[in-house]
Design a protein around this ligand. Structure first.
Ligand SMILES: Cc1ncc(COP(=O)(O)O)c(C=O)c1O
Length: 371
């Protein structure tokens, strides 16, 4: 059984992917081939944003946004304490101060009330930006974040690394804030066969800056440079594979919706899916199917039962950001981040999971017994 169905997706699309890869080999433009611009246009259209600038990975996308927005020393940037390290890393790479904020137990996304309080009591630097993360594929509370950012005059940035294909109130994940960073890491909802990422934005000026920074500050010819940037690009083969997969993304997410409904019906009552905070018009991209157990011992028992049947599972994240050695000096107290890291579990979830496989997973959890 697979946790994320990467092999299953490639088996289902083998012919399409092979044909796309063959086309790239035929023209031989492995860097900046036509697939890159085609994919950028398609993802921009899918998410409804004007500019999609592909790059090397999601971490680069976050760093490019920081640099293009001139976020740096003296600036404080607010982000959830429960996310992949890259969200904080991009802030620190820029020389700004990360301020870790607690999250909501219902979905692990940044808690707007805790965010307001962190901004009002900030001593880490000049409050400058908020990064909302659409954790596990589910959109953060963007309407609340937009209000808070506007009230305090802060930039709003979306870390949509896990949420391409997700929606909130008719708006696509990747379209919130001034700019969004997405990742095409293979296990993501839209995953490549290697690294990849993109910056999405409606801001033309920002898009121009990102385009410069990701391409050695090049302008007016291949060997003319007007700024110091770097090299971060999506190669033609990745773009070709991603283009193939993008055509199936909506159907895949629908299949995951059905699988999530099946899990909800089959899971024991003491295991609760993280399903959002009562917002009905939100659609997860199902980067992970996360469940919460009543306490840490119950999670250990559930993990043992899954292992005994060779069923894959994962912990996201075993250490929340404030427990990371490199961030311990912040001395943040984030009780919900702690609780989620101790009690949650990712179960197998992908468009190709079968009813029988889901029954096997839930039977193992029932067998672990009521805590
Ligand atoms: C929330 C979040 N932000 C950023 C990243 C970084 O993306 P990448 O691995 O493509 O650099 C990831 C990837 O795991 C992520 O989950």
């Amino acid at each position: 059984m697979e946790l994320r169905g990467i092999q299953a997706a490639h088996a289902a699309l083998a012919q399409e992917i092979e044909a796309a890869v063959r086309r790239v080999f035929a023209h031989g433009r492995f860097i900046a081939g036509p697939e890159v611009a085609e994919f950028e246009a398609a993802l921009g259209a899918y998410t409804g944003v004007a500019h999609c600038l592909s790059c090397g990975n999601g971490t680069d996308a976050l760093c490019l946004i920081m640099a293009a927005l001139d976020i740096g020393p003296g600036d404080a940037v607010f982000l959830p304490g429960y996310t992949f390290f890259a969200t904080a890393e991009a802030v620190m790479q820029a020389g700004a101060a990360p301020v870790l904020v607690d999250v909501r137990a219902c979905d692990g996304n940044i808690d707007p009330t805790a965010l307001s309080s962190a901004i009002e009591h900030c001593t880490a630097g000049r409050p400058r930006a908020v990064i909302g993360v659409d954790l596990f594929g589910r959109a953060a509370d963007w309407p609340a974040l937009e209000q808070i950012a506007a009230r305090h005059g802060l930039l709003l940035i979306e870390d949509a690394a896990q949420s391409v294909g997700g929606w909130l109130e008719g708006r696509a994940c990747g379209s919130f804030g001034r700019a969004a960073a997405v990742s095409f890491f293979p296990s993501k909802p839209l995953g490549g066969v290697g690294d990849g990422g993109a910056v999405l934005t409606n801001d033309s000026e920002l898009a121009q800056k990102v385009a410069l920074l990701k391409n050695h500050g090049r302008q007016g010819g291949p060997y003319r440079h007007i700024a110091v940037g770097g090299n971060s690009r999506l190669d033609s083969l990745q773009a070709a594979v991603l283009m193939t997969k993008l055509a199936h993304l909506a159907a895949w997410i629908e299949a995951c919706d059905h699988a999530a409904a099946r899990y909800a019906a089959l899971l024991p009552g003491w295991i609760t899916p993280l399903r959002g905070c009562g917002v009905t018009n939100s659609r997860s991209a199902w980067a992970q199917y996360m469940v919460a157990l009543p306490h840490e011992e119950a999670r250990l028992a559930a993990e043992a039962a899954l292992r005994a049947r060779d069923i894959p599972y994962a912990r996201y994240y075993p250490l929340p950001l404030h427990r990371q050695p490199v961030l311990a000096h912040l001395e943040a107290e984030l009780p919900i981040c702690d609780r989620l890291s101790q009690t949650t579990l990712a179960l197998p979830m992908h468009p190709f999971i079968t009813t029988e496989q889901q029954a096997e997973v839930t039977q193992a959890l029932w067998a672990a017994g009521r805590p």
